[in-house]
Design a protein around this ligand. Structure first.
Ligand code: CA2
Length: 194
């Protein structure tokens, strides 16, 4: 019977450019035979979920707490890190104010991530380019909005991104991110079981 030892290694390969914490690895669990047996190591990679945030979300917690609450973007990242640890997935958490950069990040997810959780912020309401990227990448997408966009101005009621999304979570505050990670993990595991 083979005996294996467990070690956690940082994932190899270039970090996702623009990551808030480029050093933070997608963990690889390396199962290697103990006692120098000849069996090849078994690599089990955690699924990677990209958590992408659009314009002005870097200002969370600084203004409009009555709409978005008091949590900062750093708090949201911590919520996502804790959820990811609980769910045994890796995340790449990012924010940009640039539409082109957001589109590029979505494109980079192809062949790299297993799913995308995105708060597109205002680009959700305006950007066909972002929708096209989300459709092209052929990954499961969950759209998150902190506020209930349907209780707000008419122009916030429609989002282009929703056409690419398996589901949309809105109005539940920043806990919507943890819910989205839970749902995305379930979807990835379901897909891997097929
Ligand atoms: O509710 C959400 O999460 C939104 O995506 C947030 C976007 C808004 O354009 C969407 O309609 C709904 C705005 C993000 C800007 O957040 C700020 C936070 C504090 C102060 C100013 C902006």
């Amino acid at each position: 019977m083979a005996i294996f030892s467990l070690s956690l290694l940082p994932a190899r390969g270039a970090p996702f450019p623009g990551a808030r914490h480029p050093a933070a690895p997608a963990a690889i669990i390396l199962l290697e035979p103990a006692e120098g047996r000849a069996t090849a190591p078994v690599m089990i990679k955690r699924p990677l979920i990209a958590v992408l945030n659009g314009p002005n979300l870097n200002m969370l917690g600084m203004r409009q707490p009555e709409v978005y609450g008091r949590a900062t973007l750093d708090d949201v990242e911590q919520i996502c890190i804790q959820a990811a640890e609980r769910l045994d997935v890796a995340i790449d958490f990012r924010q940009t104010n640039g539409e082109g950069e957001l589109v590029s990040w979505v494109q980079e997810c192809r062949n790299r991530a297993q799913g995308i959780v995105i708060n597109p912020a205002a680009y959700g309401h305006t950007s066909i380019a972002l929708l096209d990227a989300l459709l092209a990448v052929e990954l499961p997408v969950i759209e998150v909005h902190i506020s209930n966009i349907h209780r707000r101005e008419d122009f916030r009621h429609h989002t282009y991104c929703s056409r690419a999304a398996a589901g949309v979570i809105c109005g539940l505050g920043v806990r919507g991110y943890a819910m989205a990670l839970q749902a995305m993990t379930d979807m990835i595991l379901d897909e891997n079981d097929r």
